[in-house]
Design a protein around this ligand. Structure first.
Ligand SMILES: Cc1cc2nc3c(=O)[nH]c(=O)nc-3n(C[C@H](O)[C@H](O)[C@H](O)COP(=O)(O)OP(=O)(O)OC[C@H]3O[C@@H](n4cnc5c(N)ncnc54)[C@H](O)[C@@H]3O)c2cc1C
Length: 479
């Protein structure tokens, strides 16, 4: 810890010498955008370091290691659990990867790319398009590749392509003491015992800072077709999902669900939206997407979707209220505006939960009924990736009606995380990872073996506990 103003000035001077004038931001106004998260997380940074190369990331870490400065890694700052922002101490150096973004080296035959950690998802996909390839993780934000690796991002197409973990072949990581570990192999098959890179995936930068990666890519779809389907119930949505998987197989690339509350709130606040179902506001609205790298000469994808939906409507006419095929851009426009729209409805407590897929309709109904009985001031606006058992239980209330929001937040988190875990064998963090927003619950709901393994890993990679504000080893052991 830096104790004197002279020591602080000394470190800042060394960092400036290392990174150049633009590489270090120290003024309050310059720091502001790094100090608050998209939804949670707010603190004060010592300064913001913005190295441009892997070796300068390592050099910053070495300097901080020697000076005893804690470091907060930051990607695009779109994380949803407050894990990318500094704490309130004013002693953490934010290490932003935003300028480490010059390398995008595509191997079209290998179907891989070597990419810098600070490249954003949209920049990467733009560079891949001419090669007929893409990085198939889709979400309503534009994160950096390093941040996606650190959080093992899921997103709307996990059903078809898996999470980020499935696509990382090689990795380079700067360690807390300034060493740079490089294993940028593009091998798809490599079975030599422990897969070291996996330790840095989904561990929120607590064991090291990702500087470069080799990613496996997917062929860019030549056809994509989408429809919104209005359904009587959550169970009906699951029946439709199972029917589509049996009928259209691999072409099913997304199956997203909005509850009535989430659907109506999005239509109220979203820009340029109209209700695809006209006047109807269904209990459940599902967005389905089919896509394929085959061209229309080989497969008429729209007919495949419509035929499959027609069969379902004939067999289960009790379940479907309406089917509206829409161009993909229009269909996704509605889906991608849900999170932002809910912010206009009041205070939002966002819980990102998963349960076994077959249980998700029962689980969400149980939570909704429980809330109506015990917390009438709270409205559940749930939506999410039902195709892979994930749901965002966004709980909204009017701040004027709640005297003690912290106590209410704590009570709701404990109740819902606990129920998803104990009653359904689910997870309190389906895809957003661990951060200050859910740290306490992580500790309560994790096994002692998991916590002690994390403790041993932290001791190995970062014994002085200087990296990040997430405590996968448990906060009682924090240094
Ligand atoms: C509108 C919206 C929609 C979203 N939808 C989804 C979704 O569908 N699925 C989903 O999974 N997430 C979703 N997210 C969450 C978020 O986009 C992901 O968690 C994302 O991958 C975070 O990447 P980032 O670059 O913004 O990382 P940041 O938010 O900057 O950081 C996240 C964590 O990673 C660490 N970190 C960042 N960069 C590095 C690095 N190079 N090395 C080591 N550690 C690092 C940080 O310290 C922090 O712990 C959404 C967010 C928004 C705002």
């Amino acid at each position: 810890m830096l104790t004197t103003p002279q020591a602080i000035d000394g470190v800042l001077e060394d960092l400036r010498a290392l990174l150049g004038e633009n590489g270090l931001l120290h003024e309050e106004a310059d720091r502001a955008r790094y100090e608050a998260g998209w939804r949670y997380g707010r603190g004060r940074a010592l300064a913001v370091a913005r190295p441009k190369t892997p070796s300068s990331v390592a050099a910053v870490l070495e300097l901080c290691h020697r000076a005893g400065v804690r470091v907060q890694p930051m990607g695009a700052n779109t994380g949803l659990v407050g894990a990318s922002n500094p704490d309130a101490s004013g002693e953490q150096l934010v290490l932003s990867l935003e300028r480490l973004s010059s390398t995008i080296d595509v191997d079209p035959i290998g179907r891989t790319v070597l990419v810098d950690a600070g490249v954003t998802l949209s920049q990467l996909n733009q560079a891949l398009e001419p090669h007929g390839l893409f990085f198939p993780i889709d979400l309503g934000a534009d994160p950096q590749i390093g941040g996606m690796i650190a959080t093992n991002t899921g997103g709307t197409r996990l059903l078809r392509y898996g999470a980020v973990r499935e696509h990382v072949l090689g990795l380079e990581v700067a360690l807390a003491d300034g060493r740079l570990w490089t294993d940028l192999s593009p091998l798809r098959k490599d079975n030599r015992g422990l897969d070291l890179k996996q330790l840095f995936l989904g561990t929120s930068g607590t064991l090291g800072i990702v500087t470069r990666a080799v990613l496996s890519l997917a062929p860019l779809p030549k056809q994509t077709t989408t429809a919104w389907v209005a359904l009587q119930s959550g169970e009906g949505a699951l029946e439709l999902l199972a029917h589509l998987e049996r009928g259209v197989g691999e072409t099913l690339s997304a199956f997203e669900v909005l509850s009535r509350n989430a659907f109506e709130a999005t239509l109220r606040h979203g820009a340029g939206l109209t209700n695809p179902f006209g006047e109807l506001s269904p209990e459940v609205a599902a967005l389905i997407e089919l896509s394929t790298p085959m061209g229309p000469q080989q497969m008429d994808l729209e007919s495949v979707m419509l035929t499959s939906l027609e069969v379902f409507m004939t067999e289960r006419e009790d379940l479907v209220l309406d089917v509206v095929p829409l161009k993909p851009q229009a269909a996704w426009h509605l889906r991608h505006q849900v999170s932002e729209s809910l912010r206009h409805e009041g205070h939002v407590l966002a819980l990102d939960v998963s349960v076994p897929r077959s249980q998700i309709a029962r689980f969400t109904r149980d939570v909704r009924e429980d809330l109506a009985r015990h917390f009438p001031q709270v409205r559940m606006c749930d939506f999410g990736h039902w195709g892979d058992g994930g749901t965002h239980l966004n709980l909204v209330w009017d701040p004027a009606e709640v005297d003690q929001p912290r106590a209410l937040t704590e009570e709701l988190q404990t109740r819902i995380y606990g129920s998803s875990f104990r009653d359904y064998g689910g997870s309190f963090s389906a895809e957003h990872g661990v951060g200050p927003h859910n740290q306490d619950h992580y500790e309560t709901l994790s096994s002692e073996l998991l916590l002690s393994t994390c403790r041993a890993l932290k001791e190995h990679f970062d014994p002085a506990r200087r990296l990040g504000n997430v405590r996968l080893e448990g906060s009682s052991t924090a240094g």
